[in-house]
Design a protein. Structure first.
Lengths: 206, 206
């Protein structure tokens, strides 16, 4: 691409570093910014700088936080004996949105994926084991995705946690609410039959 | 969405202002930035601030430029008597990439679109007429898109330019090079037959 100015080229390159953004989309973003008020663009740029400077990771659960300990870990109404293990911050947000979970979290920061060069040492698994060894945790719920990498990570964590007196569970997999049986894939449908739940439990959840 | 921090929410809102970016994509961008080095994010944010502060629009052709007159208008090897009328800066870049055009440009900043509330007064058409009235321009080439809005804008400009002794042309529409005739739409194929060109001209272009 022939850019009309070095500044435009720099800005396109910066936007193109974002995941899923190519150079054409990046140029669209740049031209959009050029049509805005300078004060608005100033706010746009400085928001990200502030974000990165002021945001930390919680020392307990690795969730993003404005202080050393995040709002969830420091909330006295959350149950610190139940820990939900998730891949990243988006999963915490998704579970929080359900308003169904009252325990705390542990954010791994990814999943084991040899293809991408991510091993157990790159994740916060050692810290998870350390939390488990404190003796205050009753249950750990694994809420990772059902990919091969997710299953591998689940199994690895399960083996590391075996020595402690902690019940390890995974979130339920089955037919989504509102889905029709005939269109469900066999693996999911099979799993939902094997892992059937007493009817009284489904009434209590409502 | 329940955001873990006000800073994250602000950053998501800023990204979501970009065209075609929803809140889920914006959150993905924010989490991407959080994984980067603070210095890198600092550069990311300040690039856009600098861009907006230092970039101007060329006084002659309205192209984006680092000085009052852009590199194309101030280039003595470009023919100032031929003006190509385009919708926005992306079109200038697309034509420049062909290396086939040696004239100058006039960037309208949009096209006439009553549906979006854009009238002739919102575009740089008055300034185009003013350039035409200077008497130094021989030809104006209209290179707008072939939508209804593009056709309307073409016709409006054509009427405004009629009083001057300037030949007004539009770029050729026809079957793209490499395309097969049987898959071409009828309007394009019909136009390419009506506007056929002497064979010698196509050899000269190579």
């Amino acid at each position: 691409m022939n850019f009309p100015s070095r500044l435009v080229e720099d800005a396109v390159n910066e936007f193109a570093k974002l995941p899923g953004v190519g150079r054409k989309t990046a140029l669209r973003f740049v031209l959009h910014l050029l049509r805005k008020d300078p004060a608005e663009v100033e706010k746009f740029g400085s928001t990200f700088i502030r974000l990165r400077q002021e945001l930390k990771h919680c020392h307990t659960c690795h969730n993003i936080s404005e202080s050393e300990i995040c709002d969830i870990c420091s909330n006295p109404r959350r149950d610190p004996a139940t820990v939900c293990i998730v891949e990243d911050v988006r999963d915490v947000m998704a579970i929080e949105n359900t308003n169904q979970y009252t325990g705390v979290y542990h954010v791994l920061g990814g999943i084991i994926s040899p293809m991408d060069g991510i091993g157990p040492g790159d994740l916060s698994i050692d810290h998870l084991v350390q939390r488990a060894s404190s003796g205050t945790i009753r249950e750990m719920i694994m809420a990772l995705s059902t990919t091969m990498e997710g299953d591998t990570t689940n199994f690895y964590i399960y083996k590391r946690l075996k020595e402690f007196n902690i019940s390890v569970s995974t979130i339920a997999r089955g037919i989504a609410i509102g889905d029709e049986l005939e269109y469900a894939d066999e693996v999911t449908l099979g799993r939902s039959i094997v892992n059937r739940v007493p009817y009284e439990k489904t009434i209590a959840a409502k």
